[in-house]
Design a protein around this ligand. Sequence first.
Ligand SMILES: Cc1ncc(COP(=O)(O)O)c(C=O)c1O
Length: 370
Amino acid sequence: MKLNISNHIKEIVPYPPGKPLEELERELGITGSIKLASNENPWGPSPKAVDAIGNHLTNLHRYPDGSGHYLTNMLAKKMGVSSEEIVLGNGSNEIIEFLVKAFIRSGDEVITSHPSFLMYQKFVQIRGGENIVIPLREMTHDLDAIQKAVTNRTRLIFLDNPNNPCGTVISRQDFNSFLAALPEEVVVVLDEAYVDFLPEDERIDILSLIRIPENIPAVVSLRTFSKAYGLAGLRVGFGIMHPEIAQILHRVRQPFNINLLGQIGALAALTDEEHYLKTIQGTLDGKEWLTRKIDELGCKVFRSYANFFLIDIFNDATKLYEAMLRQGVIVRAMKAYGFPNYIRLTVGTHEENERFMKAFEICLRELNYV
Ligand SMILES: Cc1ncc(COP(=O)(O)O)c(C=O)c1O
């Protein structure tokens, strides 16, 4: 076999997903391990979503509604926009892919921060676009440096807010000044995968921004059912944007990109306010409890607005990550993100947080880190 693959594809390093629980348990011959590595919802899916999905299993021989009519309409109502301003994706990942497909031709530039969500750069690489990567400043998006990096080839700017992995946010005022200083032709993508964990008054006012197409660049907000709604396995996300951009993205999507159970599950999850609020409150409480306990051990917790946070252990974090695996606890080592002494921890249920703390202390002592 002789394959003719272009260099920009050969150079792509596949996305490193968090280690699956099943794999760890198989490797170590253990059971009952926990995963606090992929910012999932530890309280599981909404019971209403599970019920609704159960009721639709006998329809699996049918194609789903290609327009996602009911889900789009319900989201539009909930978000206070029209259904023309919503585009559904197979996870918010797919909306990122649509944006890059629609706006990037070989040689076009896309600005991202480092570290931030890795998939922006990968989709740009696939398309043969050019990634312009600006380091975070004090763990937040360096909006001044990003603005200075804009050229007449810049098409998209991706900003995750809260940022993954730091959990930091951009203030409304900074974001508005940033937009005002950009050329109108650029599209700014605000990836709000974790926005549900952010107090309302600290969120960017996305609705007013998507409706002001004149004088400032277009803004697209990305949302997901994978985090606060606990449906990561179903793969449903959506974007909120000006209808003209939505029309463009519909041209590059597959006709049935949101599967039947995804539509049903997401629709039901939207009606389960109780599960949603339990998740938000449980995350805030867990973050506070973990911060206090980790602090007592002499490690540094960075303030985060998301359902995860970084911990500086002042020593090689990859070794700690490996020791934690042997205790049956999966976290993220941050070396690949440029933080060799940090781990990223997803907030779990209280039982999981206790289990983490126990293993964390054992491993820190075993490695003589405390
Ligand atoms: C910042 C950010 N954006 C997007 C995603 C992708 O989410 P989805 O499951 O909706 O594709 C993630 C997933 O971890 C993320 O951290």
